[in-house]
Each structure stands twice: as structure tokens, then as C-alpha cells.
Design a protein around this ligand. Structure first.
Ligand code: XMP
Length: 512
């Protein structure tokens, strides 16, 4: 396996995913992990990730310097490279030249790390600091016009550093570099295949749960459905699924989810709890996004908790809480990495804290594409596996400002039309996520000679690999026109449709 030490950049997870794509298991751990813990993992190689800090920051995330002396190959990326530079005795210059974007790199020596790369390569830079003086016994592999030490090595000690990000698509030879490191330098074995996992996971669940029962929230999303299906295969009717209908779901959503669980999977215990009135009541007058998220999160837990208590009374062997948490869920709430800054509070993670049940999360080590592969192995229908992600707080964070019943109704209809057209045109599967959002601003329009004064609907469709970065989807103009015309004609209360052309970062996928 390849260990990725996380210095706070969201890139750490992209690195691990890329390595897993190469067929080698990779795990992300906090950078200050102890040497003995590292030893226990027996990694074939270690990658030091990038991160938002400068090695000179007062609170800069650091690792034990001796990681470089473990005789395990190390590749430092960006911040990780600067750390190697600093620890090995080179000079790192702080903040003189901030670089962000594509650069041309000249390869001076391929060595093992840059094997197969051309003389000139495009790379993607995002940094403030730079290694300006090589440590002793290191050699420069590549440079750009502003960065003399864009890649370095100490072949004897098997220490390598690159100033650019090899893990992102903007560095076309990035995968080759990771491949070189993983196979040529670390000599890791290609033995990680998701397809082989269901049997192992089911066995693990059986062992952990024993003769007890599991209760879990099922949202109909990919993650919770794959998790529930795995649990169902392991323990059958000892699985209880609860769908909390907070009223902030998409049109027809509950019916579709019910159909899958009850008809296709023949689940014995699927419970839908209609709490939509309670949620709307509590959201009255609330406009602040984080407050909305908190109210929804807390109310969700309360409703779910009540249902669990009710079921626990009847079924005394319910001892586990199943969750569809996947690896990246733990990043945006700044969970494993204390150095990543908190972006939005994902309410799904707060759920187990209040419960006395033991948490079981069969998917917690997997990335989204891996979860889909697992789902395929489990024969879950494509329409569920290829469903776009949907946030826990639902449509509440797509109605900017106050969530009122009328707005909810408008948004549901507009979103339904958008998704229907995307599916009909084949663009649904070409986008990572697509949805409509309601901007609570009224603008003037004209319809049938009369003045209208109605809401704005914005359409958001993005392409992405993992939701950490995203680009706006280049949908055909004719399609956008058709969607806009349909929404304005068919949805009462809307007279203007916008298409969102912002990237993440700096925008996010959702609006709140
Ligand atoms: P952002 O808006 O942060 O979203 O770019 C990244 C991805 O996360 C989803 N998202 C959520 N998912 N609970 C979830 O389960 C949440 O509270 C939540 N907030 C955002 C979002 O839809 C996108 O796929």
C-alpha cells in the first residue's frame, strides 16, 4: 500500500484515489502520524500531500523528520516537496512568488520519477513557497521559467519532490509520474480491485453485527443504497431502514426509493416518516445557510431518533446504526484532517453522536466511483447507481434565503423539468450533478402583453471527478433553450432562467 500523509490540502484524497486507480491500495492519514504507526501499516511508499500552509507558518502542519530515514520511498508534492527540501537541508523561500495555473516544464533528467515524459511538459502549479536551494546530494530533474527546482530526487535515499500537482488532470503526465513512483520506485504490487470486495465486506459485516440488528437512514442516494444493500445481503431482515421525509426532497423521490427497497430488493422493514410539516415550520424566517443546515440536521436527528426509539422498543436486538458515509464525506467537514479548513457542515456526520448505537459504516474507506463499482457488483440498477449526489439538507440549500412552501413547490417543478430534459438528451449521465435552484429575487417580465414580476431559477450542471473541484457543464445551447422555455411556460411563478457558469473553486457546487 501507499500511505498519503495529509498536510491539509484536499489534494491528499485525490492522490490516494489516483493511486487506487492504478490498482494499488492507498490510504490518507494525518501528517503527524507516529513512526511506529507508519511502521505498522508497512507502506511500500509514502506521499506527502500539498497543503494550504507555508512551511514557515507558526502552526504549519509538520511530520516527524525521521519519516525521510525510514528507507521507504517518499514523494513530496508541493508543500510536501518543500518539507523534504527543508528537512533535508535545502532552502525554502516563503511567499515571494505565488503561482497558480498551467506552466510549461522542461525535463532535464527523467530518472525513475519522470520516466516516459517528454522534454517539455505541461504542469499545474498552485503554491506560495518555493524550494530555492537543493539539499545536499539531491539533483534537479525539471524546471520552469520561474521555478528552477520543479522536480528533484535523491535516488540513493529514494526521496523525490515535485513542486507541481501530479494528481490533477491539468498535469497530463501526472498519472505517469504517480505510476513511476508507485511501481518503479516503490515496487508496489497491483492487487487492489473493488470488484473483489463485496464478499469480503459482507463477511466483515456478519462478523461485526453477529446476531444483532441494524437500523439505518436510507435516503435513496447511491451511498446509503449501496451500504443498505450490503447490509441486507449480510443480515437480511435484521436490517431496518428509515427514510426521513423532510419535505425538502425532489418530486417523486419517495415513491422511487420505496419502489427500489420494497419491490426490487424485497426489504421487509422500510419505514418512511413524513416530517415535512415540522421541518418547514422550523425553517420559517430562517435565511442564514449554516443556521438552515443546523436546524435541518438537528430536526433530522430528532425525527430519526424518535423512530429508532419506537423500533428499538419493539425489536430489542437493534444495536447498530448503519451509515452510508464514504471517504470524502469525512473531508469537507474537516474530519480526518485537522488542518483542512471547514467549508460547510455536512449534517450526515453529526447523526451518530447522540445515539447509543454502535456505528457501522461499510463504505467509509471508499471513494464515490469505487462505491458505484461495488454497487454494480451487487447488481443495483443503473438508475440508482448513476443518480446524481443530493445533499442531506436537500432543496433547503437550493432555495436561497427563506424556505417557504410556495418556493419549494416552484423549485420542485423546475428541477423536475431540468432533470427530465437532461435524461432525455443523454446529458444526465455526462454530468456529475445537475439541479435547479431558486433565487428569491423577483424580476420583471412580460407574458401575453401583461407585466409579470416573478422569481429567478438558476440551473447548475457540473462535471467533476469527486466534487472537490468542478467545472460547469458545457450543455448545448438548444438544450438550455428548451429547458428554459419549458420552465418559464410550465412553472407558475418563474419568468427568468439563468445558467451558472462558475467553477469550483472558487464557487462551490451548491449555493449554500
Ligand atoms: P459543495 O457545494 O460543497 O458540494 O461544492 C460538494 C458536494 O457535496 C454535496 N453536499 C452535501 N452532501 N450533505 C451531503 O450529503 C450535505 O450537507 C451537503 N452539502 C453539499 C453537494 O451536493 C456536492 O455533491
Amino acid at each position: 500500500m501507499i500511505l498519503v500523509l495529509d498536510f491539509g490540502g484536499q489534494y491528499a484524497h485525490i492522490i490516494a484515489r489516483r493511486i487506487r486507480e492504478l490498482g494499488v491500495y492507498s490510504d490518507v492519514k494525518p501528517c503527524d502520524m507516529s513512526l511506529s504507526e507508519i511502521g505498522k501499516m508497512r507502506p511500500d511508499g509514502i506521499v506527502l500531500s500539498g497543503g494550504p500552509s507555508s512551511v514557515y507558518d507558526h502552526n504549519a502542519p509538520l511530520m516527524n523528520k525521521k519519516v525521510l530515514d525510514l528507507k521507504i520511498p517518499v514523494l513530496g508534492i508541493c508543500y510536501g516537496e518543500q518539507l523534504i527540501g527543508k528537512y533535508a537541508g535545502g532552502t525554502v523561500l516563503a511567499g515571494k512568488l505565488k503561482e497558480f495555473g498551467k506552466k510549461e516544464m522542461i525535463v532535464k533528467k527523467n530518472g525513475k520519477l519522470l520516466k516516459g515524459l517528454s522534454k517539455k511538459e505541461q504542469v499545474w502549479m498552485s503554491h506560495g513557497d518555493l524550494v530555492t536551494e537543493l539539499p545536499k546530494d539531491f539533483e534537479i530533474l525539471a524546471s520552469t521559467d520561474t521555478c528552477r527546482i520543479a522536480a528533484f530526487e535523491n535516488e540513493k535515499r529514494k526521496l523525490y519532490g515535485i513542486q507541481f500537482h501530479a494528481e490533477v488532470a491539468h498535469t497530463p503526465s501526472g498519472m505517469q509520474i504517480l505510476k513511476n513512483f508507485v511501481f518503479d520506485v516503490c515496487r508496489a504490487k497491483k492487487d487492489w480491485q473493488i470488484g473483489d470486495l463485496p464478499k469480503k465486506l459482507i463477511k466483515e459485516i456478519k462478523k461485526e453485527v453477529g446476531s444483532k440488528s441494524v437500523i439505518m437512514g436510507a435516503s435513496g442516494g447511491v451511498d446509503s443504497t449501496v451500504a443498505a444493500t450490503l447490509l441486507h445481503k449480510a443480515i437480511g431482515s435484521r436490517l431496518y431502514c428509515v427514510f426521513v421525509d423532510h419535505g425538502l426532497i425532489r418530486k417523486n423521490e419517495l415513491e422511487e426509493v420505496k419502489e427500489y427497497f420494497e419491490k426490487k430488493l424485497s426489504f421487509r422493514h422500510f419505514f418512511a416518516v413524513d416530517a415535512s410539516k415540522m421541518f418547514l415550520e422550523r425553517l420559517k424566517g430562517i435565511t442564514d445557510p449554516e443556521e438552515k443546515r443546523k436546524i435541518i440536521g438537528h430536526t433530522f436527528i430528532e425525527v430519526f431518533d424518535n423512530k429508532v426509539t419506537e423500533l428499538e422498543k419493539k425489536h430489542k436486538d437493534i444495536k447498530f446504526l448503519g451509515q452510508g458515509t464514504i471517504y470524502p464525506d469525512r473531508i469537507e467537514s474537516a474530519q480526518p484532517s485537522k488542518y483542512a479548513s471547514k467549508i460547510k457542515s455536512h449534517h450526515n456526520l453529526t447523526l451518530p453522536e447522540k445515539m447509543k448505537l454502535k456505528v457501522i459504516e461499510p463504505l467509509k474507506e471508499f471513494y464515490k466511483d469505487e462505491v458505484r463499482t461495488l454497487g454494480k457488483e451487487l447488481k443495483i440498477p443503473d438508475e440508482i447507481l448513476n443518480r446524481h449526489p443530493f445533499p442531506g439538507p436537500g432543496l433547503a440549500i437550493r432555495i436561497l434565503g427563506e424556505v417557504a412552501e410556495e418556493r419549494l413547490k416552484i423549485l420542485k417543478e423546475a428541477d423536475y423539468i431540468f432533470i427530465e430534459e437532461l435524461k432525455n438528451s443523454g446529458y444526465y449521465s455526462k454530468t456529475w450533478q445537475a439541479f435547479a435552484a431558486l433565487i428569491p429575487v423577483k424580476t420583471v417580465g412580460v407574458m401575453g402583453d401583461a407585466r409579470t414580476y416573478e422569481y429567478i431559477i438558476t440551473l447548475r450542471a457540473v462535471t467533476s471527478l469527486d466534487a472537490m473541484t468542478a467545472d460547469w457543464a458545457k450543455l448545448p445551447q438548444e438544450l438550455l433553450e428548451k429547458i428554459s422555455t419549458r420552465i418559464i411556460n410550465e412553472v407558475k411563478g418563474v419568468n427568468r432562467v439563468l445558467y451558472d457558469i462558475s467553477q469550483k473553486p472558487p464557487a462551490t457546487i451548491e449555493y449554500e
